[in-house]
Design a protein around this ligand. Structure first.
Ligand code: NAD
Length: 366
């Protein structure tokens, strides 16, 4: 039986960039014999319009049954006035929660052709390839107690609690060590053990885990120093593992080293099951870009790079993933660009022309 994929195009430019995923998946099926059982459904505003809710129970059930989920983007001005719980983005949050997606993988990869799009000097970012692994379901965003209380003397107190249990640190640590094994075999664990007990525990557990991965070189760094090092000498890193709060900040910082929102993929992974498979959701980092939706200006490459991550991490097809990434690199080097990446001497192409150029390049590389 072919592995199953659920496509959730969502809103705004989501359906436009998902069309290019379909085009590339079709090419893989026809040309490489890489067949998937593909289903598609609504999420976000598209689901609100049809079903009145940002995601239905039926879609959650389908997502849980699928081997991987690919999501476009959710949200847009049409639904902005809805109450918080009914907003399109709640659909994605519910999916992440119900699939137990605790590990967020955000690569920061600089293609040679786009070196000038970075805010850093070319020599600092040429060849940059970092993976940030962020813990996604614990830490200060979820810890109890939380809230705002009256102190009775005219003062109020806002409380959030940073809390991590051993099993949460160990499971994210294992994802990061295993990724490092498949990459440059260097892992930097980031916390603030100098001022936070949760950081001390994090560091101790990572040191214990390191004994299971003797081929990976583990180092530790305080989060404030890591932020500084990311803009000072980013190529010193291979894989970074960190908690929810620090990961939120550091992954955005690392992402911008690459210069464009339209180029950033991501993966969110859950626990492994007894057969070694994991629940997984792949999506571009960007949103639904309502300002350009429907005009053919959307850059589909973040979505296609998310597809490459899916091939590598859910289906253990590193060669097929590399084939797609290589095609993207060559199309960019040939000067074909969507509007967001336009530079002198380049040719502007539409979303579908970019997808077409990628399949032509895939065919040429075979
Ligand atoms: P956005 O990422 O949608 O857009 C920010 C800017 O980047 C816009 O100018 C947009 O045109 C541009 N851009 C984004 N992706 C692009 C692409 N692939 N190609 C070319 N240009 C691109 O962020 P926003 O404007 O803050 O949010 C718009 C909507 O998307 C909101 O409703 C927000 O809640 C939602 N959103 C959803 C997700 C998600 O589904 N994961 C993530 C972020 C924002």
């Amino acid at each position: 039986m072919a592995p199953s994929i659920l496509l959730l195009p969502g809103d705004g430019i989501g359906p436009e960039v998902m069309n290019e995923v379909r085009r590339v998946l079709d090419w893989y099926a026809r040309t490489r014999g890489l067949e998937f059982d593909i289903d598609e459904d609504f999420v976000g505003g598209a689901s609100i319009d049809v079903h009145g809710v940002p995601v239905t129970d039926a879609v959650v059930t389908k997502a849980k049954a699928a081997d991987a989920v690919l999501l476009g983007a959710c949200g847009g001005p049409r639904w902005d006035d809805l109450p918080f719980e009914q907003k399109p983005e709640r659909g994605l949050l519910r999916l992440r929660k119900e699939l137990g997606l605790f590990a967020n993988l955000r690569p920061a990869l600089v293609f040679d052709a786009l070196v000038d799009a970075s805010s850093l000097k070319p020599n600092l970012v040429t060849g940059l390839d970092i993976m940030i692994v962020r813990e996604l379901t614990g830490g200060v965003y979820f810890g109890e107690p939380r809230g705002i209380s009256e102190l009775g003397n005219g003062q109020r107190r806002g409380i959030n609690t940073q809390v991590y249990d051993t099993h949460e640190i160990v499971r994210i640590g294992r994802v990061a060590f295993e990724l490092a094994q498949k990459r440059g075999k260097k892992l930097c664990s980031v916390e603030k053990a100098n001022v936070m007990e949760s950081g001390v525990l994090w560091r101790e557990e990572m040191n214990l885990l390191a004994e299971d991965y003797p081929d990976v070189e583990l180092s530790h760094m305080y989060a404030d120093n890591c932020a500084m090092q990311l803009v000072r000498q980013p190529k010193q890193f291979d894989v970074i593992v960190t908690d929810n709060l620090f990961g939120d900040l550091l992954s955005d910082c690392a992402a911008m080293l690459t210069g464009s929102l339209g180029m950033l993929p991501s993966a969110s992974l859950g626990e492994s099951d007894a057969y070694g498979g994991r629940k997984a959701l792949y999506e571009p980092v960007h949103g639904s870009a309502p300002d350009i939706a429907g005009r053919g200006h959307a850059n589909p490459l973040a979505m296609l790079l998310s597809l490459a991550m899916m091939l590598r991490y859910s289906f253990d097809e590193p060669a097929e993933a590399a084939l797609l990434e290589g095609a993207i690199e060559r199309v960019l080097s040939a000067g074909k660009r969507t509007r967001d990446l336009m530079a002198p001497d380049c040719t502007e192409v539409s979303t579908s022309e970019m997808g077409e150029a990628i399949t032509v390049e895939l065919a040429a590389a075979q």
